[in-house]
Design a protein around this ligand. Structure first.
Ligand SMILES: *Cc1c(COP(=O)(O)O)cnc(C)c1O
Length: 403
């Protein structure tokens, strides 16, 4: 017998361990979605954990654009962009994004995850370094691993830490990569300071603004626009369509030469089928709505303030965040799961976010708001949190203070 570990036995053992740690992840099946309502297991829940921040995912014009384009052009992208998959709907979306964000060029990708793989792998390799915030999205971390460059991480939102890591990795090219709005915390990266660091250290700044574009900054142009960087300091940015814009797919935007290079060489761009053109048409409609309808962002601001004030009145301490991502730290995994279950019993869907998505001891309820929520729904969530506390104990509040 060859001495080799059995993969199935190992996978099953890990699954059992995750179950024992309250860390098992299970999917729930939504049978129908209606705005902020979701039918799950025969019950209608009020959803407070999606990323449809502007309420565009079910907008009739966005769905209509998809239907019209699919009726004319069909569904499949049929080939990669460089073979014969590049369609005028893709072209129009790239132009619209570049115009909105005031950047020279935009390049579409199948998803944000793939775009991050493409950017890091397309630009960095052996001998180079990618310096990243500790709380960056998993796709950025994996991208650096795939690129084969050195990966060095600095403490969250710490430009000094970024300098130290860049200095400690001289030679080769360097990229400084950060989430714009942090996906699990909701805070915004110190982009002005990071841009100075990147400039001084001759590193390319790359901002993953999956949760920023559409939501923050002037005209919803995202965290980079909000930081008002000098023109020369303009970073490469990631825009995703699956969150605030309510559709699917992503774009990398910025310097024309860098974008050109990615289009010609990045493997996650070249060796994959183009997004369905009809989806690009739907995204174009969503972008136009996001640009024009400022009331959606104003509505979000109102709801964020209302949630934070209500939570404060009940003695809950949410993480510091001005974005629609409003996390309530619970500490250990079991407590986070207990909170999530108590809320579900009361008719609210707020998923428990546990390690490894967040650091050990930082399990949380990641409450998210949408412009489609009503004031009374936010008030009801706060009341449900207060009612749940009685049953669960005060661990969540202790967790907050310890953090
Ligand atoms: C969701 C997300 C991604 C991945 O985008 P998809 O289009 O969903 O693949 C990348 N980065 C961050 C910060 C995200 O939150």
């Amino acid at each position: 017998m060859v001495d080799r570990e059995d993969l199935r036995a190992r996978a099953n053992a890990r699954r059992e361990q995750a179950r024992a740690q309250q860390r098992l992840r299970i999917r729930r099946t939504v049978t129908h979605r209606d705005g902020v309502h979701a039918d799950v297991d025969g019950r209608r829940l009020l959803n407070f954990c999606g990323n449809d921040y502007l309420g565009l995912a079910q907008h009739f014009q966005v769905a209509g654009a998809l239907q019209d384009a699919a009726a004319r052009e069909g569904v499949g992208g049929i080939a990669s962009h460089l073979v014969c998959g590049h369609h005028t709907h893709h072209e129009a979306l790239e132009r619209e994004i570049a115009d909105w964000l005031q950047v020279p060029r935009a390049l579409l990708f199948g998803s944000g995850f793939m775009a991050n793989l493409a950017v890091v792998q397309g630009l960095l390799g052996d001998g180079d370094v990618c310096v990243q915030d500790r709380l960056n999205h998993a796709s950025l971390i994996d991208a650096a691993r795939l690129a084969g460059c050195r990966l060095r991480r600095y403490p969250h939102a710490d430009p000094e830490g970024a300098v130290r890591q860049l200095r400690a990795a001289p030679g080769g090219a360097a990229m400084l990569a950060t989430d714009g709005v942090f996906s699990m915390d909701g805070d915004i990266a110190p982009l002005r300071a990071l841009a100075l660091v990147a400039h001084a250290q001759r590193a390319l700044l790359y901002v993953d603004d999956a949760h920023g574009v559409g939501v923050v900054g002037p005209d919803g142009r995202g965290s980079v626009a909000a930081a008002r960087l000098e023109h020369a300091a303009q970073p490469l940015q990631l825009v995703t369509f699956g969150k605030a814009l309510g559709t699917y797919g992503a774009a990398v935007v910025g310097d024309a030469d860098l974008i050109e290079h990615l289009a010609a060489t990045a493997r996650p761009y070249i060796y994959t089928t183009a997004l369905p053109p009809a989806l690009a048409a739907a995204s174009l409609t969503a972008v136009r709505l996001a640009r024009r309808e400022h009331w959606r962002r104003e509505r979000l601001q109102t709801l964020v303030a209302r949630l934070r004030e209500g939570a404060r009145r009940h003695g809950f301490e949410l993480l510091p965040s001005e974005t629609p991502i409003q996390p309530l730290l619970c500490g250990d995994d079991a407590t986070a799961v207990a909170w999530s279950q108590a809320l579900e019993t009361a008719g609210f869907w707020v998923a428990a976010i546990r390690p490894p998505t967040v650091p050990e001891g930082r399990a949380r309820l990641r409450i998210t708001l949408s412009a489609a929520h009503e004031d009374g729904q936010v008030d009801a969530l706060v009341d449900a949190l207060a009612a749940a506390r009685g049953r669960i104990g005060t661990q969540a509040r202790d967790g907050d203070r310890a953090a």
